[in-house]
Design a binder for this molecule. Structure first.
Ligand SMILES: [Zn+2]
Length: 107
């Protein structure tokens, strides 16, 4: 998870994948709780949730769209390592089943 203020990323908070799978992810509930508290203490908000696609492009899968249904506010960052020589990161807003690419700016 990435915390920040007003859409600006400040810190990365690593979480375990409760699915223990390379194909699906669920943020481990203990990690999610701990990180949510940490972020609140820092006075920041959950700016983004990131995960990787090991074999597919950096685009939200139907599973990603379904998962985002309960959590519409963060930006979803997807890193594809399908081509290990050319990893790709893209950002999306996923709200009520609607996927929009979001501009990702590195400063
Ligand atoms: Zn995905």
């Amino acid at each position: 998870m990435v915390s920040g203020i007003d859409g600006r990323a400040i810190a990365v908070h690593r979480a375990r994948n409760a699915e223990a799978s390379a194909l699906r992810y669920t943020i481990h509930p203990q990690d999610q709780f701990r990180i949510t508290m940490e972020i609140e203490e820092r006075g920041e908000e959950i700016a983004a949730i990131y995960h990787s696609h090991t074999k597919s492009p950096a685009e939200p899968s139907q599973t990603d769209v379904n998962l985002a249904e309960n959590w519409p506010d963060p930006v979803y960052l997807i890193c594809s390592v399908a081509d290990p020589d050319a990893p790709e990161v893209r950002a999306f807003s996923i709200r009520q089943g609607r996927v929009d690419e979001v501009e990702l700016r590195l400063e």
